[in-house]
Design a protein around this ligand. Structure first.
Ligand SMILES: [Zn+2]
Length: 329
């Protein structure tokens, strides 16, 4: 875990912030004062417990004296460290350096599961409610693989592909498994990592979805293009909003289940003239994903209604060990 010293800031990120705060509804996405109910102030020991329970194949202990999580090979992850250790330097033009949040940051906002809250246009996620949008990428690179190769200056290697910026030469791909997404009814498959058993959990989601009521199934297929429903998992790239942060799809832990539907994305709603929460995802489907360790992007104020992401620590779940890929067990 070689630290990369970097304090640069993305010009694109600054522009994005300016854009957000100058949108037609200036306070729609700004952090307000009323976030008390969604903010959680976990102790370092409690935060560590969440991560140890969620990722038993990779994390073995917590050192309370130094407030560090300890990996299976002795690697140490300070709970509170931010960009000094985790900053991800990205090779694009202009160069950018997205600071990876700390472990503590990533748990600061509470994820409200389906049983607690179901967001709608009239009752959207609260301002600031983006639980899971902050990700401890140093841990992800350790568990799922490096997101890209490094250039000589230490930056992650990238290439321009149409409107996207893709990451090049990472080693996540060798751990991928293609899981059939039966709900689409068109033979589509989703590639996710087998590290942490993400593939097994997604397969369990698929199996459980077979038992949902016919109405929810029909609703899903109708809303998402019938047999033409697109799905996507692994895709090494930067997040289009800002082109600086590494997308969770890079690590094979994120799933988009109907990418044709632009209605369900916060930025698209702003571009249509103003923030308005909108989702077409059946509630039953989200509940099943949550039961298997995936959070849903439709719960975010910056909503992404097609997006699911493997984050059992945010759901306070204890996951079974499945063995590290390549390890003797
Ligand atoms: Zn996604």
């Amino acid at each position: 875990m070689k630290p990369i010293g970097c304090h640069c800031f993305s010009i694109r990120a600054i522009l994005l912030v300016i854009f957000l705060f100058s949108s037609p509804i200036p306070n729609a996405l700004a952090a307000p004062d009323d976030t008390n109910s969604i903010e959680q102030r976990l102790s370092p020991a409690e935060a560590a417990r969440r991560f140890l329970n969620a990722y038993p194949d990779f994390l073995s202990a917590y050192d309370a004296r130094t407030e560090e999580l300890i990996g299976w090979d002795g690697a140490r992850f300070p709970l509170a460290a931010r960009e000094e250790i985790n900053c991800q330097k990205i090779a694009i033009t202009p160069p950018c350096c997205a600071s990876s949040p700390s472990f503590m940051d990533s748990l600061r906002i509470r994820y409200r599961s389906v049983s607690e809250h179901w967001p709608t246009g009239d009752d959207p996620p609260q301002a600031g409610e983006d639980a899971g949008r902050l990700r401890p990428l140093a841990l992800w690179a350790y568990m799922y693989g490096a997101p890209a190769a490094r250039n000589a200056d230490g930056s992650w290697r990238t290439k321009k592909a149409g409107k996207r910026v893709e990451l090049v030469g990472g080693d996540v791909e060798k751990n991928l498994v293609a899981v059939p997404w039966k709900l689409a009814g068109n033979g589509a498959k989703i590639r996710v990592s087998r590290a942490n058993g993400v593939d097994k959990q997604l397969a369990a989601v698929v199996a459980e979805l077979e038992s949902i009521n016919a109405e929810a199934k029909a609703q899903y297929r109708h809303l998402h293009g019938g047999g033409k429903t697109g799905v996507s998992g692994f895709y090494p790239r930067l997040i289009p909003a800002g082109d600086c942060e590494i997308s969770p799809h890079t690590f094979g832990v994120a799933v988009d289940v109907h990418w044709q539907s632009g209605l369900d994305y916060w930025l698209a709603s702003l571009q249509r003239g103003g923030y308005r929460y909108h989702s077409v995802m059946p509630r039953e489907i989200v509940a099943i994903f949550e039961r298997h360790g995936f959070i849903w992007g439709g719960k975010w104020r910056h909503f992404d209604g097609m997006h699911f992401e493997y984050r059992p620590e945010l759901l306070n779940m204890t996951m079974p060990p499945v063995g590290r890929p390549g390890a003797d067990h």
